[in-house]
Write a protein that binds this ligand. Sequence first.
Ligand code: UDP
Length: 316
Amino acid sequence: MRAVVTGGAGFLGSHLCDRLLAEGWEVLALDNLITGSEANIAHLGGNAKFRYEKRDVSEPLRVTGEVGYIFHFASPASPPDYLKYPIETLKVGSIATMHALDLALEKKAKYLLASTSECYGDPEVSPQSESYWGRVNPVGPRSVYDEAKRFAEATTMAYHRHHHADTHIVRIFNTYGPRMRLNDGRALPNFVYQALSGQPITVYGEGKQTRSFCYVSDLIDGIFRLSQSDEHFPTNIGNPAELTILEFAERIRAEFPNAPTIIYEPLPEDDPKQRRPDISKAKRLLDWEPKVSLEEGLRHTLKYFKEQYLKMTAKR
Ligand code: UDP
């Protein structure tokens, strides 16, 4: 089996490449590196089954040779990233999604879209199940990501219904682990960077908003299982263990001997107040649930971030 992974040098895309290679597949990773990094795939350099090309999949997409599966993972995904690259985010969710789906039709390949819990926006219900239609501000700053992904889901379903493409959609909830960028602006990398560099930890708002963090190996396992299933409608993959952002900040703070202080900064516009996946569908259909505890996941992630921090400071 040969797969194309768009966003293959990103945080999740690179872990997916590892998993596909471990399954014995060949992988062609495409990435324009606006938020991805060649460092994430450097360890695959000598692998004959792996190839990487620096490409923007919002530009016309040609791939030679057989392709059996297309995983569309390209997109900025951290709120500060998609606010910095709003047009690129809209394009990769819309134009590039069509390119990837057209390639799937041309190659008679299966297709999996990396969608997001942001499709639920700032939800009125919790936990969020796949049947909830969401509450997204269509013109707010986050809409460039949320609406692009909602468009991507609609497009994927249209190709499935109209062209009978064999498609899958995963709604990914907050995920963490090695290869997250230390400066991507999300809560976990921010808190760790702040703690490592002796700055106060910035909690936005009062820190009462909730998130549920899934370790990357659990997420990739759920996605791989979904890719092998017959399910075409969106499926949540995430860890339902929910905590407030203040609790999360305290948890990170406790990892550092000189416990940094916590300061409060304004809550970003349209920041979701609660987020927790209902994973009953994934449990039922894929026999999947997360296995890695926050304690274990943080141990691996903090080790990675500390190495990254040393590299970063050594360069200065
Ligand atoms: N957050 C925070 N301090 C930070 C970065 C983020 O309090 O330095 C909050 C953010 O407002 C949100 C939550 O942490 O409520 C998770 O943010 P993140 O950017 O990680 O991802 P999101 O779930 O919003 O996509």
